[in-house]
Design a protein. Sequence first.
Lengths: 534, 148
Amino acid sequence: MPAGRRERRLARAVALVSVVMFLAATPFAKMPLVQVWAFIPIYESVVVINDLITAVLLFGQFSILRSRALLVLASGYLFTAFTAISHALTFPGLFSPTGLLGAGPQSTAWLYMFWHGGFPLFVLAYALLKDDVDEASRTSTRQRGRAGATILAGVAAVFAVVCGLTLVATTGRDFLPAIMQGNRYSPAMTIVVSSVWMMNLIALASLWRRRPHTVLDMWLMVAMCAWLFDIALAAVLNAGRFDLGFYAGRIYGLLAASFLLAVLLIENGRLYARLAEANAGERHERQLVQEKTAKLMAVNEELEAFSYSVSHDLRGPLRSMDGFSLVLIEDYGDKLDQEGKDALERIRAASQRMGHLIDDLLRLSQVTRAELDIRQVDLSVLARGIADAIDQEQPGRTVEWAIEPGLSIRADPALMRIAMQNLLQNAWKFSGRANRPVIRVGALQRDSKTVYFVADNGVGFDMAHAGSLFGAFHRLHHVDDFPGTGIGLAIVQRIIRRHGGQIRAEAKEGEGATFFFSLAASKGGSDEQDSPAG
Amino acid sequence: MNKTVLLVEDNPDDVKLTLRAFKRNNMLNPIVVVRDGVEALDFLFARGDQAERAGKPLPTLIILDLKLPKLDGLGVLKAIRGDERTRLIPVVILTSSKEEQDMINGYSLGANSYVRKPVDFAEFMEAAKVLSIYWLMMNQPPPERNSA
């Protein structure tokens, strides 16, 4: 995660406090204090545990992000943990008068130098490698299986190095210059510790230079500052063990070990909180969807009950009106004059018309309610079948059907049949007065979308009145001229919309009308399936 | 042998018009009218008010509306098909509904025919004519099995 402004300020503040404390402690660094032997094992245990946990967390991040930089840094923390262990074991007078592992008087001090000189090397490597973090996180998933092996190899290598250094410091102590005289420092110490200190400074500087700084980088820098003060107080400015510098330096060491751990833990906690939040949000959303679905289903059920009742109950009275009007005409016709009979016929006609309106409304609602069964449909074959049926039903008229072959769409076959039936019957109906009626069905490409059309050369209509063309029971012609209830195009529009498509009309009075429609469901179809031939 | 028709219909107008349609088509079979589902089953199974019908012949044809008070048409049909005495009697559903679900349910429960009442009475007359010719004249009814 990149560092935010607040985090940067906090890190700066912590670093500043460290500096102030360091400056305050410096004059008293050589002041001898009580020798608290228990301080050393307690301190070193805490450092070991802190560093081990930090290493584990960093290894964990490595296994996710697969960045070599993180692997190196994790190894660095593991290195300090291991070295701290051998440092504690060899500390003279702690577990045995000279220290364990065959340690001599110089061993512990040298291990301290290895410890504090080794870690900055890891940090330096981290700083040099850290640019590949982003890159690695992008191409990570590929070799997930090998993360465990890599970590294991890293742990083994660190362990081997620490064992080697311990061996050098203990068995090979004679080859190393003496830096301790009892519990106090020798002159050689100054050179050694200065170079260790310089290494830390270089590591810090290289971290500083490799921008942008992540949260991790920033707190690593704070930790490096603390290390610098640790070394300065505990090995440069003080006189030897158990003076104020020694203790204060150790406390800086502890802080250095804790900073990164704290940051990693906080970061983990934050990520977990974010995850929990996302989960809760998702759960809430799912609940909303469920509630909406339930509501929709309830509305749908009501609608179904409503249309059932419309279908059943509204027609009853119409049957009575029509039936008893006929009874009157049949049984009492001799008592009625022509006007009376005409009135009764009008009642009958109106009842029947209303019966058809109700049926149309039901059909409209059925089209809306029907479940879509999307399949590959040959629109050309469908249109041809409807055209043939119209020709057969109405042999009195000759219409030229120009249907483009091979129009393949993805749609619900039953609904598409209803839509095409309405469009073709309309075209047929409104081209009744044309000299040579031609009805064309075809497709064209517009903005990389396939648009289908049904065109006729009939009476057409004035586009000025086309606004509510697709509204239920809306008509642009008189019933006497062209019969119909005006439900057809409303049904067609619903069907096209249910397919995720759009429909519109273009017309000119006396020249014909063209209906264009698109289908969302057909987009994939033409890709996978054969493209329309011809 | 009089072939009785049982008409199960709650709308008095529809009853009147149906009877007229049959009469006009010269269908002379006796027609028994019941006004709800429970009455229909009482008649068929000689229960309740119709207890005295026990042993009398059953109708040759049942004309059944779907939307009925108390017990609806599908419930009546289920009871008819579930009883040994009545399970073979031809049942014609005559209803306003052309909901697909009603048709499917009607046929699933063993209806022999499904006719929708048209609004146009002339059409209805035609339907009644075809119905009576087919089911009362042409169709061979199942043999009576429970004649005591």
